[in-house]
Design a binder for this molecule. Sequence first.
Ligand SMILES: Cc1cc2nc3c(=O)[nH]c(=O)nc-3n(C[C@H](O)[C@H](O)[C@H](O)COP(=O)(O)OP(=O)(O)OC[C@H]3O[C@@H](n4cnc5c(N)ncnc54)[C@H](O)[C@@H]3O)c2cc1C
Length: 245
Amino acid sequence: MRQTAVPLSLPQGAGLIERAFTRLLLRMVQVTRVEAPQPDFRFITLQGESLEHCDWLPGDKVQIKLDGGLQTRTYTPFEFDPLSGRMRIVGYCHGPGPGAEWVRSARPGEAKAVFGPRGSLNLQNLASCTVLFGDETSFGLAAALRRDEPGLHCVFEVVSPTQSRAILQALGLEHARVIERRADDSHLDEAIDAMRRSAEIRTSFVLTGRAPAIQRVGRALKADGTAANQLRSKPYWALGRKGLD
Ligand SMILES: Cc1cc2nc3c(=O)[nH]c(=O)nc-3n(C[C@H](O)[C@H](O)[C@H](O)COP(=O)(O)OP(=O)(O)OC[C@H]3O[C@@H](n4cnc5c(N)ncnc54)[C@H](O)[C@@H]3O)c2cc1C
């Protein structure tokens, strides 16, 4: 691992294990820019020598260490420049949760320790038509994939269509289908219909975001005859579960 220019900023009470974990496994970076284009979203730029010359593929994840302990939360860089050691993430402030609180309060100059970037979903060899289902937590993945996959179609279930459309537009994903999430999940029928309409004979389906939504969409696609090798899925969060990676 390359030496980093950013000083380690471990909390005063950090124990031996936390210090060893941070020094040995994590890369030190600095928050260099925070944009708040919508109340519940932040574009956060992180930069550090430790990221220079790193390998990165669209869909890779980074685990960001939160202050005070060994907890991390997982995000998806949507831009990665190995020459300058700079990456950008879209953070969604969903409500209470240490990750969402960090996203909401992130400030330029703050030092962070990150694990990764490293592989998450295998997105190699997607079909020329790819349909991505997800939610606010999948916007970064969609923006990263869009560069290599011009035939990408996106369908998102979201809490606020107004905020989400503005963010998607800023990410160059203005053609994405945005569907408001309903508590009884009845909106998922609309999402599944939209995905079917976007599909061609050979289509890859990428399912990310809320675990029960992925399960339901996956079941519907399999019932349509979609083969297992056309489906790639990865839950990003689930009600009551913390810090999925
Ligand atoms: C591979 C991967 C990539 C990811 N990429 C991104 C990304 O680029 N941007 C991003 O914003 N998130 C991303 N996520 C999701 C993010 O890591 C989770 O939302 C995470 O739980 C947030 O941490 P937290 O501390 O706020 O909440 P946690 O402490 O982890 O969870 C507390 C509770 O909050 C609720 N919760 C968690 N997430 C959500 C949500 N999105 N909406 C509603 N309720 C929620 C759940 O009920 C959970 O039990 C990714 C996750 C994975 C696994």
